[in-house]
Design a protein around this ligand. Structure first.
Ligand code: BTN
Length: 255
């Protein structure tokens, strides 16, 4: 791999959460570029306060520490960088074309989830964690446990999509190589414009019929745009709504 800012890669058999570990390191002043990877997590964190469940050794569980110099309103691009780098790496390493579901899931062409990204800030540092289903689940039988019932029919893995073993090490190397130019782009206005454009073209939510579950109930409509600060614009029967955070479901259209 060509030299990148990601020279300090810390590997663990087990952590509670790679994001938690790096947030603590960020508080102690760890520099931009530290990477942490774990084979398993006992308390993996997901979006909206959820847990991220993964059997030992089957998923890429990694976090990177970035200290981008950018306006707060464009911080969402830090998360986007990692999602876009993962799209590039999964195509190169696994031959699998993934799309980005707003705000930060990676979906297979059939809509099943392959990866999730979670960014957490600590001062000017942003820890971006990614969990990629590499070898698990192979099929819905892997999701039979009650704790995983929510994922049945909604999650798959790179190996299942590629029909072959995919190496977690190669995927991490590919991800970090693809992340380097994007992390550099965060520090320049022109770079951020490029990233925003790349996100628009990778974002399969745009143009989709969606249901968005918000704190005060669901809305339905067509996702039509992303704002300059990364929020989702949904055209509903009663007008446009701008969504900052929520659970999006892509709806299948009939006919
Ligand atoms: C989501 O889809 O809800 C986001 C999931 C992010 C999971 C990854 S796994 C590595 C990193 N460490 C964590 O505790 N969470 C992220």
């Amino acid at each position: 791999m060509p030299a990148t800012r990601f020279a300090d890669v810390r590997r663990f058999d087990e952590l509670d959460s790679t994001n938690r570990y790096l947030l603590d390191e960020a508080r102690r002043g760890a520099p931009d570029g530290v990477v942490v990877v774990a084979d398993r997590q006992s308390a993996g964190r997901g979006r909206l306060g959820r847990r991220w469940e993964a059997p030992p050794g089957a998923c890429l569980l990694a976090s990177v520490l970035l200290r981008p110099r950018l306006p707060l309103s464009e911080r969402y691009l830090t998360t986007a960088c990692v999602a876009l780098a993962a799209v590039e790496a999964t195509a190169e390493v696994g031959g699998v074309a993934l799309g980005v579901k707003w705000p930060n899931d990676l979906l297979a062409p059939d809509g099943r989830k392959v990866a999730g990204v979670l960014a957490e800030a600590e001062g000017d540092a942003v820890v971006v964690g990614i969990g990629v289903n590499v070898a698990w689940p192979t099929d819905d039988a892997d999701l039979a446990a009650p704790a995983l019932a929510d994922l049945a029919g909604r999650a798959t893995s790179l190996a299942a999509l590629a029909g072959q073993v995919v190496s977690r090490g190669d995927l991490l190397d590919g991800l970090l190589a693809a992340l380097e130019p994007r992390a550099a782009a965060l520090d320049e206005a022109a770079g951020r414009r490029r990233l925003a454009a790349e996100l628009r073209s990778a974002c399969t939510t745009l143009g989709a019929r969606v249901r968005v579950d918000l704190a005060d109930g669901p809305i339905w409509g067509t996702a039509v745009d992303l704002t300059a600060d990364g929020r989702l614009v949904v055209e509903t029967a009663t007008g446009r709504q701008v969504v900052a955070a929520g659970d999006v479901t892509h709806l299948r259209t009939t006919g």
